[in-house]
Design a protein around this ligand. Structure first.
Ligand code: NAD
Ligand code: PRE
Length: 376
């Protein structure tokens, strides 16, 4: 691929543009917000000049409700040979494109499974898509020759392509992304007017659970509007579980022994099913979590402490797959959890011991962590 256009220079568009520019692709940027476009250009994501000739691929990185119309306009102008988008829903943009009189033959729907809770070009990263999945949804009307340039784009961004039907994609992300976003919002909404003193007593669990709720409400309103039925189905099932869980909690201290035991069993069922579901969440490179363990280490809040810790691990020739830091409130230390391959646990613990780190017992990785680390 020699040239690409990125329309919409926010978090995702600028990240795509940065990744392509670093691989030597000539990238042309456009955004209806000139500040966002200028910022992306200043970050080295590409040029604001109009492309001198049709580009190889145009990437639409605007909110889902705008994709169809903007895409049809770009096609009318002959902007590119092939078109794709990055919207978090796939069926609606396709229908909108057809309604707007666009040409579905040169369009392959796309959705990188990577992003973040911050919007705009300043949140962009060239490595955002490294090792992540990127769903492509060619339709029946899509010309097969349109797929290759889009596959090349995905590869240049360091992601792994997955071909899916658009409707199946939308049902899948209702379960894995859109409903979880709303559950995070609902949890965080309890905090909006809560007592400061209560909120202060919080740990990493609350941060993990609410991070995505900080996402831009207008964008998420747009995503949910385009996938409302599928998300409602997931939340309806959650609501039924929630009703049963509340009833179980209320019955836990009932004077009736049989009711008490039933309630305890119901609660236990919810927790066990949750644990089973969490264990199925794919980790880095889509591998199952069972292959990794977390090694917790207490680290002083001092310059160079993390560097010393990582150096000790690298002595074992071991890659840190992921890392999370829980800062202690009121204490000059934090708890670092290193995620490493199970097979290297003993060597990592031995070296940490040798260097005076006193690691705590390792445990299998089953719960959520922020996707922070690349290869160390
Ligand atoms: N945020 C995520 O985590 C994430 C992850 C994967 C995919 N996506 C998808 O990527 C797309 C962009 O999301 P984002 O997070 O980068 O949002 P963003 O708000 O950071 O960027 C969107 C940009 O599009 C521009 N824009 C809006 N309408 C436009 C139009 N008609 N013409 C030209 N520019 C226009 C805005 O000015 C803004 O700069 C969305 O479709 C979203 O569903 C988001
Ligand atoms: O915030 C993140 O870490 C994300 O990757 C966001 C996330 C997701 O739910 O996984 C959100 C919406 C997108 O369509 C893709 C990715």
């Amino acid at each position: 691929m020699r040239s690409a256009a990125v329309i919409g220079t926010g978090l995702v568009g600028t990240s795509v543009a940065l990744a392509l520019s670093r691989r030597g692709v000539a990238v042309f940027l456009d955004d209806r917000d000139t500040t966002a476009a200028r910022t992306a250009e200043a970050l080295g994501a590409g040029s604001l000049a109009p492309p001198p000739a049709p580009v190889d691929v145009a990437v639409l990185a605007v909110p889902p409700a705008h994709v169809g119309a903007v895409l049809a306009r770009c096609q009318e102008q002959g902007l590119a040979g092939t078109y794709t988008d990055v919207a978090s829903v796939k069926e609606r943009p396709y229908q909108d494109l057809v309604l707007a009189g666009g040409d579905p033959a040169r369009y392959v729907g796309g959705h990188p499974l990577a992003g973040g809770e911050r919007s705009g070009p300043l949140a962009a990263r060239a490595d955002l898509f490294e090792g992540r999945l990127w769903v492509l949804t060619p339709a029946e009307a899509t010309d097969r020759s349109a797929l290759n340039p889009v596959l090349e784009l995905v590869a240049l961004c360091g992601a792994t392509p997955v071909i899916m039907d658009a409707v199946a994609h939308d049902r899948a992300v209702a379960l894995t992304s859109h409903a979880p976003h709303l559950v995070s919002s609902l949890t965080a909404a309890r905090l909006a007017d809560a007592d400061d003193e209560h909120i202060r007593v919080s740990g990493q669990g609350l941060r993990d659970m609410t991070r995505i709720a900080a996402g831009e409400p207008a964008l998420w309103g747009d995503i949910l509007e385009a996938n409302a039925e599928a998300v409602a189905d997931v939340l309806e099932a959650c609501a039924a579980d929630l009703d049963r869980t509340v009833a179980a909690l209320r019955a836990l201290h009932s004077a009736d022994g049989a009711r008490r035991r039933r309630a305890a069993a119901d609660l236990d069922g919810v927790l066990r099913r949750g644990s089973r579901g969490a264990a199925r969440v794919p980790r880095k490179h889509g591998t199952p979590p069972a292959e990794y363990v977390t090694v917790p280490v207490s680290v002083p809040d001092q310059p160079g402490a993390l560097a010393r810790l990582f150096a000790a691990v690298s002595e074992a020739g071991v890659n840190i797959e992921d890392v999370s830091i829980e800062h202690s409130v009121d204490q000059p230390s934090g708890r670092v959890e290193l995620v490493v391959e199970q097979s290297s646990t003993e060597e990592v613990r031995r070296l940490l011991d040798v260097h005076g780190w006193a690691p705590q017992p390792a445990r299998p990785l089953v719960s959520g962590m922020s996707p922070t680390a690349g290869r160390s």
